[in-house]
Structure formats: C-alpha cells, structure tokens
Design a protein around this ligand. Structure first.
Ligand SMILES: [Fe+2]
Ligand SMILES: [Fe+2]
Length: 194
C-alpha cells in the first residue's frame, strides 16, 4: 500500500470511530505536524501518520481504557488510575501497533508521549507534542498565540510555552501533575532559557 493510500485508509477508519470534533482535531494535528516536519527537516509521512493516530484510543470511556489496558498487559500508574483519560496515550500507541500495523518505534513513541512530552524528545515526538496544541481547531489556551508564532522557527521554544501552558492550567484546575510533565518542563526551560 502506498503511503498516501495508507493515510487515507486510516483516516476513513477514524472518521467512523471518533466523534466529529475529535476527527477534525486529528486531521488538524496531522496536517500541522506535516507542516512542522517540512519546516524542521523531519519526515513528513511519519508526522502525518503519528498525527492521525495520536488520539486513536480517545473515543473509549475511562472505564473501558482501564479494562483495555488490563486485558493487554499495559501498566497503569497511580496517576493514570486517578485520571484514566491519560491512558489514551499508551493505549493509542498499542492500537497503532496492533490494530493499524505501525512498526516504526519513533511514531509509536510520539503517540505515547504526546500529552506529557519527555526530556530530550526526538524531532517527531516534539512535532506531535506541539502540533497537538496548536492545530487550528484548538480553542484559546494560555500561550497558544506565542506558540503558533514561534513553532515553525523555534520548536523548543514552542514546546516550552506548551509546558508553561499545561502547568498553568493544571494549577488553575487543581489537577494532578504527571511527574514526567514536570521533568520535561525543567529540561526545556534549561535548554531554551539556559
Ligand atoms: Fe491526546
Ligand atoms: Fe490530541
């Protein structure tokens, strides 16, 4: 199957599975990721593929995510038990591999880390992390204008804005912070601001 046909085939499957707004978000992430890959010398096809599949498990309810993880031997951390929605990342990578036949480890890892990021992300991981936040259908979020203005010229700076935004929102909502988000923030703060 050619690359474009494969992407189109996955799109058609997701169109049926995902609610309409999430399907449009998914397309937005895929095309934004492709554009970021063009700007930063990344692999445009992998960016589209990871963008399409990043939320492929997000249509499940929290209880179903837990059941699916338990059934498939995917480890659930304490924080994920408290906020099972976080599991859509690991489960998404599992489905990408086992339902959609993705073998590329960088694509799978970009799906796994798209919500928390991680210190020293690969180019593809960072592209998906940022594209998820700046794609056109995203509602206004703290720092989104700053991110959109710099993502195509300075990806690390955009990632740092995203981390600041995520942390601001978690604090506002009195939410639980994943330890990896904190570690990622420290890493990119040092990298960008020295
Ligand atoms: Fe997601
Ligand atoms: Fe997303």
């Amino acid at each position: 199957m050619g690359d474009s046909v494969r992407l189109f085939d996955i799109q058609n499957k997701l169109r049926v599975l995902l609610p309409e707004y999430r399907f449009y978000h998914t397309l937005g992430v895929s095309y934004t990721a492709a554009s970021l890959a063009m700007s930063h010398g990344g692999d445009v096809y992998k960016a589209q593929l990871a963008g399409l599949l990043h939320d492929c498990a997000k249509y499940l309810k929290s209880s179903e995510m837990i059941t699916e993880c338990e059934k498939n031997g995917i480890e659930i951390s304490d924080i994920e038990r408290l906020s099972p929605g976080l599991l859509h990342t690991k489960l998404g990578a599992f489905y990408a591999e086992n339902v959609y036949g993705v073998e590329d480890v960088d694509v799978l890892s970009a799906i796994t880390y798209h919500t928390t990021g991680r210190p020293d992300m690969s180019l593809l991981e960072e592209i998906i992390y940022v594209a998820d936040y700046i794609e056109p259908s995203r509602p206004a979020l703290p720092y989104i204008d700053e991110m959109r203005a710099c993502a195509f010229t300075n990806l690390h700076k955009a990632a740092l804005y995203e981390l600041k935004s995520v942390i601001t929102k978690i604090k506002e909502d009195n939410g639980v912070m994943d330890k990896r988000t904190e570690e990622t923030y420290e890493y990119y703060k040092k990298l960008v601001e020295g």
